[in-house]
Design a protein around this ligand. Sequence first.
Ligand code: BES
Ligand code: MN
Ligand code: ZN
Length: 475
Amino acid sequence: MYFKNINKTDEIYDKNIALYFEGKIDICEHISEENKLLLKKLIEKENFSGKKEERLEVSFLEEAQLTNMVLIGMGKEESHVKENLRKTIYEVLDGVKGSVLITASNEKLQDPDTIAEVSNYLNYNFNKYKAGKKEKDLKIELLSSREGEPGKEGNILGQSVNITRDLINEPANVIYPETLAIHTIFMGQKYGFEVEVLHENTIESLGMKAYLAVARAAEKKPKFIVMRYKGDPKNPEEIIGLVGKGVTYDTGGLSIKPSDGMASMKSDMGGAAVVIGTMTAVARMKLKKNVVAVIAACENSIGGNAYRPGDIIGSMAGKSIEVVNTDAEGRMTLIDAITYIIRNEKVTEVIDVATLTGGVIIALGHDATGVFTNTDKMYKNLQIASKKWGEEVWRLPLLPQYKELIKSDVADLKNTGGKLASAATAAKFLEEFVENIPWMHLDIAGTSFIFSEKGYSKMGATGETVRTLYSYIKG
Ligand code: BES
Ligand code: MN
Ligand code: ZN
């Protein structure tokens, strides 16, 4: 895929896409006067007025070359949102090959960032392991009068979303803690952030007992990944902390998952992939912010050495945890990562992103990310950030009553609160470790991995929340 914003052109394209707001049809196509006249007649005859979803397709000869043109109705100008443009472009161009020119008579639709971004989602396929796969080449040009580097931010975000999707779509025999760390180091070098990887002995000496309990049955060793981007050296005290759940495979452990539920658990490092994608975008756009991100990467496996239901385990923060269910492993890894990022990286706020519970999928389906926070303002800002991208977030409550459900008879806490409000009791468990600093928890179990096509995402990883987090950080 290739996208370019151009100011003028004299090429002939395989396909022309022309975007119109309702009632604002003035021919903006890049075609001969003769064909313009033809087009005008056709518009009149077919009563094309630019209503939402309205399409008019025509093919004609342009300098003896056959070209196809689609006029697209974008609805009323007043109700225009960028998400609508993303979805429309995806709908018209996904699967298309060759050269495409996009024109629009209205400035708002001559939107290089949005078109550059969605260009990255066209023809996205995770089919590298399939024999006979075909690379579709698509070249998109947008005619607009913008100066500077039009489309740069949109393109970087689209690429970051795809980095996240690829990491999630890769199976667990390819992406495990060590390879995830290697990919992160590579990203850091390529895009400009620092990466440090802590190995088992260091993790042990830091006292991350809860994380290590989850990790210990797996053949693959845990790796604790730290990413640092210091874009605001004048305010070194102010650091946004990101924590991503990085369970590279979740069998459930001894509380083993049924086969059906286990099959997609390569995606249980979705939170980690989101924070990596976000860091690449933040660093490439050189945001003037300090951001530190951490991932307690491990695999929740099964073996003679596995942690057991009934075990009482410590944590970096010093609190003891009764393990009721080894499938509630995400929170065990996250609490040590949260303690580490607060105490050792001195962040001023923490956002954790995790495929944490099946409960959030029951509550919100695949359509919204569940958000829990101890700071109203963080949620407000997240909502504002998410709106720009059409990513849905929805706040859920952290009632004090939920604390009762995770009290243990034998330890400070237990790792599950049972079936009821399971997304909330998981969040409540994390809250016990945030030491009263501003904190927000994003449960992306439903939104990061889907089983049928949604918007401009195919089945599999969506890369959702990368763009929202980027905008949140940008402020
Ligand atoms: N990784 C799962 C949550 C999950 C489920 C993500 C489905 C994506 C799709 C998590 O580790 C888990 O197993 N959670 C359990 C917790 C329960 C044992 C308290 C759940 O939500 O069922
Ligand atoms: Mn689990
Ligand atoms: Zn899990």
